[in-house]
Design a protein. Structure first.
Length: 720
């Protein structure tokens, strides 16, 4: 999807106001402003490109641009996600993250950072589906100091182990948060439907994939694919082309290709089969609907007409879908469509909207209606003009920076497009007629082939999704990493002893108090170690057993409230309110069992609702302990009891952290008896042996009661 500049958006708004209702007969302008005539935009002359090839096979595209005293570099290397060896999912992602930070054989990543800061220069790396990228930018006067470092990243990156470990932590965080944003879910799952789950255009990695990768895998990937005869370097800026060629030839003189180039299998893509798909996401207040099918390549002769058809159908405030679904029927805040062509493979034609759950079927039907209608009759002259003007007025912005020019020309060279392709595409857009749009709408737009995904709460839909066809439910649960240690196989004896130990701990804590426990209100101070340093948080928590909690915290940024009310969870801070992401909700639910020294867990054990396995003698934080394995749902939790089972020392479990699932050790101490229940007044949370939080409780009240107002979600704040 092409992002339009703000000027084009303003133009679209103005044209909507002037054009009147869609399908209305063409009329003479009623307002003087409608008679304004604008001169033809000046032609944009593409930059001259000098093409060279170094003796080692490295291709160069050199563009002299003396407007600014800077040089911009962009290098594409053949081999991206599509080159991942079988069984090494996520390798390209890890490569891209650890590449730059891992430094080179001559300089560490931190040393590179220091040098670039002094020079005011940049070097960045990434990996796409089909190629790796090394980009750079510097003042022309500093090129000779930056270029050797840039060359070293291409020829001899180091992938320092500590930076690889840090990159893995980052990617675990990406996995943990991948279900937090509905747009990310929609795009990811739609790509899997259209291209197939194993396609490089849709491939997904999980925790175990990342954990299995090593520094040696990254070095092997670089050795195989990063070679000069698979590399295109584009340079633009304040230099003379012949001098730049000499500089690059010297910088890469030692880079040689060994053996024949590696073969990368091209993925095959079959046309999309129509389908109706549902993803349950209970934290959404709206239903998010996306529908798409396989599209075309950018160089398809019909793409110019398809581009304008897509713009008329769903490209802006004046588009048919927006006007009908949002403006006229008031079913959605956003309703749109797009076409996203591939450079060397079929792209995607798509549509999306979001609406109240109670109007899900109505909004879906209204969108499908507009998709079908554009295939039945020609568009209007006003619609065609508006779409063309939007494209042509935005064309200039594709040349408004050296970086954009370099990026586009490098891509054209990589995929074998002519360097003036953009000019030819613009000219083809100008020639599109209403008849062309009707023809491609009938040929390339297939309502019956749309893969449709609705994300939200089906129990609140106005009509079942099955109204539109057979429904497939997509499971987006994130697979937990495999446990690093295998627990001993349970036996009747170990299960019986496990239950007995937990019951003994519950009785020692206060059997009568646990049996009658309804709510716990506590206050205290938490010292949290954050990336911004140690932070002291004063708080009050109201825990209504078994699954409701209201946390108030005073932070350096202001007061914050977090609420879990069975299936719903949200947070407020000042006037701002938002639903908590699934990963945070899951962690809140899991942590309830460890509140107040595992009070809920012990109460459940007394009621016979906990399966526990005694694993034998152990140590916990330097103390002798009994290790009892408890399963909360499908999650194993180690509960450590004193040797006489008279006290819960702490727990060890997998917790959801900002970096993904990680082992958390929570220890309890300073027990006091409150209303017949022994409660710890101090606790510490560690992740990977690092203290993340130390909690000191100042007061605890049992069965003090609570107001239901604590669990009333405030009305959303109107946007200002």
């Amino acid at each position: 999807m092409r992002i339009k500049p703000i000027l084009v958006t303003v133009a679209a708004l103005a044209s909507l106001a002037l054009a009147g209702p869609l399908g209305a007969a063409e009329k003479a302008p009623k307002n003087p402003v409608d008679r304004l005539a604008y001169p033809k935009l000046h032609d944009i002359k593409p930059p001259a490109v000098v093409r060279e090839t170094l003796p080692n096979g490295m291709k160069l595209l050199l563009i002299e641009d003396h407007d600014l005293p800077e040089v911009v570099l962009r290098t594409l290397v053949r081999g991206g996600v599509d080159a991942e060896p079988k069984g090494e999912r996520g390798l390209a992602a890890l490569f891209g993250v650890a590449y730059r930070s891992g430094g080179t054989s001559a300089m560490s990543g931190d040393q590179v950072d220091e040098l670039l800061d002094r020079l005011g220069a940049e070097i960045e790396t990434s990996v796409a589906e089909e190629y790796g990228v090394v980009s750079g930018k510097t003042l022309a006067e500093n090129l000779d100091r930056m270029l050797p470092v840039y060359a070293d990243f291409l020829m001899s990156p180091a992938f320092a182990q500590d930076k690889v470990d840090l990159a893995k932590t980052h990617l675990r965080g990406v996995i943990a948060r991948r279900n937090d944003q509905v747009f990310g879910i929609a795009g990811r799952e739609m790509r899997r439907l259209i291209y197939g789950a194993d396609s490089p255009f849709a491939r997904q990695y999980d925790y175990d994939d990342i954990d299995a990768l090593t520094r040696a895998d990254l070095l092997a990937f670089h050795h195989t694919y990063y070679r000069p005869d698979g590399t295109i370097l584009t340079a633009a800026g304040d230099f003379k082309a012949d001098e730049m060629k000499a500089r690059l030839g010297k910088a890469f003189a030692g880079w040689k290709a060994s053996g024949p180039p590696p073969t990368i299998a091209r993925p095959t893509t079959a046309p999309t089969a129509g389908s109706i798909n549902y993803i349950e996401k209970k934290d959404l207040e709206q239903t998010f609907i996306i529908m798409a099918h396989l599209g075309m390549r950018l160089d398809d002769p019909d793409y110019p007409a398809v581009n304008l058809m897509s713009e008329i159908l769903g490209g802006g405030f004046a588009s048919r879908i927006f006007v009908n679904v949002r403006t006229k029927k008031g079913l959605a805040y956003n309703a749109s469509g797009w076409t996203s062509p591939g450079m060397d493979h079929p792209g995607v034609v798509g549509f999306l909207t979001s609406t109240k759950p109670e109007t899900t079927a109505e909004a879906l039907a209204a969108t499908l209606e507009e998709i079908r209608k554009i295939r039945e009759a020609p568009v209007t002259d006003a619609e065609l003009k508006r779409a063309k003007d939007g494209y042509l007025n935005g064309y200039a912005f594709e040349y408004d920076s050296t970086a954009k020019i370099v990026d586009r020309l490098a891509g054209y060279e990589f995929y074998g497009y002519p360097q003036d392709f953009n000019v030819k595409l613009r000219d083809a857009i100008e020639r599109v007629t209403k008849e062309d749009i009707l023809r491609v709408a009938q040929k390339d737009l297939h309502p019956e082939s749309l893969a449709i995904i609705a994300i939200g709460r089906a129990d609140q839909f106005d009509k079942p999704l099955s109204t539109f066809g057979k429904v497939n439910t997509i499971d987006i649960a994130i697979p937990e990493p495999k446990p690093r240690e295998a627990a001993a196989e349970a036996t009747p004896e170990s299960l019986a002893r496990g239950r007995a130990l937990l019951v003994a701990a519950a009785r020692a804590a206060g059997e009568s108090a646990l049996t009658g426990l309804k709510d716990i209100t506590s206050e205290g101070v938490t010292t949290a170690n954050t990336p911004m340093g140690a932070m002291e948080l004063k708080g009050k928590a109201t825990f209504v057993l078994p699954d409701r909690v209201h946390n108030e915290m005073v932070t350096p940024m202001g007061a914050m409230v977090q609420v879990l009310d069975r299936d719903a969870a949200w947070m407020t801070m000042g006037e701002h309110q938002r639903s908590l992401p699934p990963s945070a909700v899951e962690e809140m639910r899991s942590s309830l069992f460890t509140e107040a020294g595992c009070a809920l867990l012990l109460r459940e054990a007394l009621a016979g609702r906990v399966t526990a396995q005694a694993l034998g003698k152990s140590t916990f934080e330097g103390r002798d302990a009994e290790d009892v394995l408890v399963r909360l749902g499908d999650k194993p939790v180690h509960v450590y009891l004193s040797p006489d089972a008279g006290e819960v020392l702490g727990v060890r479990r997998t917790a959801q952290t900002p970096e993904g699932p990680a082992e958390m050790v929570e220890s309890f101490g300073a027990y006091q008896t409150v209303a017949g229940l022994r409660v710890p007044f101090e606790s510490t949370e560690k992740v990977k042996d690092e203290v993340k939080a130390a909690i000191k409780t100042t007061s605890v009240k049992l069965n003090a009661g609570y107001s239901e107002d604590l669990f009333k979600r405030p009305a959303p704040t109107a946007a200002k």
